[in-house]
Design a protein around this ligand. Structure first.
Ligand SMILES: [Zn+2]
Length: 61
């Protein structure tokens, strides 16, 4: 069976129906990784829409 490494803790994970959280080794690793992803995704685009909106408002007046 193919094995992958858990992106969070680098544990070997069997790639198959026995590993519901693949490519993560566990639900915990999956949530941790998603949490970091969401955190980053929230932080970076948050500034762009704000400043884009400000520019749009200034142009409108
Ligand atoms: Zn893991």
């Amino acid at each position: 069976m193919k094995q992958v490494l858990c992106p969070n803790c680098a544990s070997p994970v069997a790639w198959g129906p026995d590993s519901p959280w693949r490519p993560f080794c566990s639900e915990r690793c999956r949530l941790i990784d998603l949490g970091e992803w969401f955190d980053e995704g929230h932080r970076i685009p948050a500034q762009d829409p704000d400043s884009a909106e400000l520019v749009a408002q200034q142009n409108r007046d």
